[in-house]
Design a protein around this ligand. Structure first.
Ligand SMILES: [Zn+2]
Length: 253
């Protein structure tokens, strides 16, 4: 039997990013700490800044330097400052972090800073509540999507996920899944309806306003009957509106 790899520590050296990443994954699995990239510099970018003839950072290192922080890294938002209380952030000011950087002379990726003094409990039970562990993947995700489309109650689905996989997926996670599935199908339905109107009513006018992120800001629709009414009686304009009665919270006027 192969010996278990030793746990990641200060001064550890690696030839490649993949080698380091395997050690980091093993460290997280073993200690149940949850780390993510806080900041990074790519080898490619840093090498471009080096003068000609100077030894470059090895491409296999991928990163010139990376800082990993605990999921509870970062200052917590002061509670009561917003409409919503401090419910969605994990920020607790945890000082645990790992810094790895590329050493050109050695040709190695070196762990140059290592702090595992978490300011909170770390363990298997705690980690189960972290988003990475609650995320549904593969067959489990497919099944959850299928059951969501069949309109299975979120609480029932949540229990089912807990029982079959042990994952502590929350009601909010499953509501988000449902919203993402609905958005796709509803957006498709809107596009089909608009295409139908343009196909059946050659005089119809449709204008779409998108913001910088290509997100719909406004949709304007005028059928040929509306165009003709408006050109006959331009001095009269009736306005009717609904106030955020749809699931996208958009006004319909
Ligand atoms: Zn921590």
């Amino acid at each position: 039997m192969a010996a278990a790899p030793s746990l990641l520590k200060l001064g550890d050296e690696f030839l490649t990013w993949a080698e380091f990443k395997a050690a980091l994954d093993n460290y997280q699995e073993t200690t149940h700490a949850e780390l993510s990239k806080i900041s990074s510099k790519k080898v490619e970018t840093e090498n471009r800044k080096l003068p000609e003839g100077v030894q470059k950072f090895p491409c296999a290192h991928v990163y010139r330097a990376v800082k990993f922080g605990c999921i509870h890294y970062g200052k917590p938002r002061p509670s009561g400052s917003g409409i919503r209380p401090n419910q969605s952030t994990f920020k607790m000011g945890c000082p645990a972090e790992i810094y790895v950087s590329s050493d050109r002379k050695k040709g190695k990726l070196v762990v140059t800073s290592f702090n595992d003094n978490h300011n909170h409990e770390v363990g298997e039970e705690v980690r189960k509540y972290y988003p990475s562990q609650r995320r549904l993947e593969g067959e489990l995700l497919e099944e959850a999507c299928k059951l969501t489309k069949l309109r299975v109650d979120v609480r029932v689905l949540k229990d089912h996920v807990h029982k079959t996989s042990g994952k502590l997926t929350t009601s909010k996670d499953l509501h988000n899944l449902r919203a993402s599935l609905q958005q796709g199908t509803e957006a498709d339905a809107v596009i089909r309806a608009l295409e139908d109107i343009l196909h059946n009513d050659k005089g119809a006018k449709i204008a779409v306003v998108l913001d910088q992120d290509q997100t719909l800001e406004a949709l304007y629709l005028q059928t040929s009957a509306m165009v003709s009414s408006f050109s006959s009686f331009p001095e009269i304009l009736f306005m009717d509106a609904t106030y955020k009665t749809n699931n996208l919270n958009i006004d319909v006027t």
